[in-house]
Design a protein around this ligand. Structure first.
Ligand SMILES: Cc1cc2nc3c(=O)[nH]c(=O)nc-3n(C[C@H](O)[C@H](O)[C@H](O)COP(=O)(O)OP(=O)(O)OC[C@H]3O[C@@H](n4cnc5c(N)ncnc54)[C@H](O)[C@@H]3O)c2cc1C
Ligand SMILES: NC(=O)c1ccc[n+]([C@@H]2O[C@H](COP(=O)([O-])OP(=O)(O)OC[C@H]3O[C@@H](n4cnc5c(N)ncnc54)[C@H](OP(=O)(O)O)[C@@H]3O)[C@@H](O)[C@H]2O)c1
Length: 339
């Protein structure tokens, strides 16, 4: 337990308000009419990374939405839409006119067709990187099984503006930038990376991402292309459930590394050329809240903070002299929790 005035999970970005998910739409007539009224964008491309992981490219009817790398918007579909895996968990009520909305970070193609950095696609579409949350008997997830039923040409709702303060903000051209993500938490980092490359960032840029299996790395080939062209960039994927992570008898056994382990070892200093200094480095954390490990106050009005265990990135970085972002004060540790 540490004592200080750090932000708690409850005082972070306004992102979590997007969990207020369901917005009833009066008593409009038929399904088609409700779709016409509510949906304002078209799916133009779906990249099937695998059955549980997709990149969606979407074109808003009103033209491109302005956003900074790291921001998010909402996607939404009617509760009446059929999920990709229908089952007893989903008693679809076609008369249910609610729109299920969730927050999604803007991802990015990172490079355009000619290999130049590009935050957004030239055709005006916006890109989202989404994992399918599987249904359990207790919890049929609301939106992702419906998103995964979409094909090019299908319609959906997209928020008409970008939100969030998880952005590059005041980073300087020579700062060391470290992105650390789990799963699709790399989406906003892809957009920030493209922005840094466009700006001609000179300091080291490291993007760490921890996934269960190698097949969960939907942007691997693009990151390798970026590494080849920009010597100040390193993409460091970590898997946790491959044989080399779990099977001590495997010839290539390396054990299981979370992103925290990269910071607990000297690896982060090597990756940043010994530039991992709180005076000149920024860390961006996105994804699983257990990886973030944001502290909570011990009690109302208390300055004592309790960090969750096992240790997440927040505690580890504060111990190394970094400062967590707070609504009243910009730190050098920025974070976006996905749930
Ligand atoms: C600011 C913000 C940006 C987000 N951006 C993205 C994004 O770019 N890509 C994305 O896939 N998700 C993103 N999410 C999560 C997204 O909003 C939904 O929560 C998620 O897609 C699940 O929706 P659902 O209705 O299918 O499941 P729900 O019924 O809402 O179930 C939620 C549960 O699913 C699990 N879960 C949710 N999201 C994830 C995830 N990404 N990876 C692993 N498990 C998860 C958690 O256990 C969570 O409690 C973001 C969330 C926030 C707050
Ligand atoms: N049914 C399936 O086969 C299947 C497969 C993939 C995903 N899913 C579902 O899809 C959704 C997304 O899964 P996801 O793999 O993208 O996201 P995730 O569950 O957040 O896992 C992403 C990575 O984060 C790691 N992680 C877990 N706890 C951590 C901690 N305390 N600190 C640091 N890292 C930690 C995971 O390692 P660990 O290996 O230790 O968990 C994994 O490598 C989830 O709802 C999941 O249940 C299901």
């Amino acid at each position: 337990m540490l004592t200080a005035t750090f932000p708690t999970a409850a005082t972070g970005d306004d992102a979590m308000s997007e969990r207020e998910i369901v917005h009833p739409t009066a008593t409009i007539g038929d399904v088609e009419r409700t779709r016409c009224d509510a949906y304002n964008a078209e799916v133009v491309d779906v990249v099937d990374v695998h059955e549980g992981l997709r990149i969606f490219r979407v074109r808003p009817d009103e033209g491109p939405i302005a956003y900074a790398g790291g921001q998010y918007t909402v996607l939404g579909l009617g509760a009446w839409e059929k999920p990709i895996e229908s089952g007893p968990q989903w008693p679809i009520d076609v008369s249910d006119r609610r729109i299920i909305k969730r927050a999604y970070s803007f991802s990015s193609p990172i490079l355009d067709g000619g290999g130049s950095p590009s935050v957004a696609a030239a055709d005006g579409s916006i890109e989202f990187y989404v994992t399918l949350v599987p249904a359990t008997a207790e919890h049929p997830p609301g939106l992702t099984p419906r998103l995964f039923a979409l094909s090019p040409g299908d319609r959906l709702l997209v928020g008409n503006r970008a939100k969030g303060h998880y952005t590059l903000g005041d980073v300087r051209a020579d700062d060391a930038i470290v992105f650390a993500a789990t799963g699709t938490g790399e989406a906003p980092h892809n957009a920030m990376l493209a922005e840094l490359l466009e700006r001609g960032h000179r300091g080291p840029i490291v993007s760490l991402v921890c996934v269960r299996l190698g097949r969960d790395l939907g942007y691997l080939a693009t990151h390798r292309r970026v590494e080849n062209r920009w010597p100040n960039y390193d993409y460091v994927p970590l898997t946790t459930r491959e044989a080399w992570n779990a099977d001590t008898a495997a010839a290539n056994y390396v054990g299981k590394w979370y992103v925290q382990d990269v910071f607990d070892s000297q690896a982060i200093d090597v990756l940043t050329n010994d530039r991992f200094d709180p005076a000149t480095a920024h860390v961006f954390l996105c994804g699983n809240p257990k990886m973030l490990g944001l502290p909570r106050r011990e009690g109302p009005g208390s300055d004592s903070l309790i960090y969750p265990q096992p240790r997440g990135m927040a505690e580890l970085l504060v111990e190394r002299g970094f400062t967590l972002d707070a609504p009243t004060r910009r730190g050098n540790v920025h974070f976006e929790s996905y749930w």
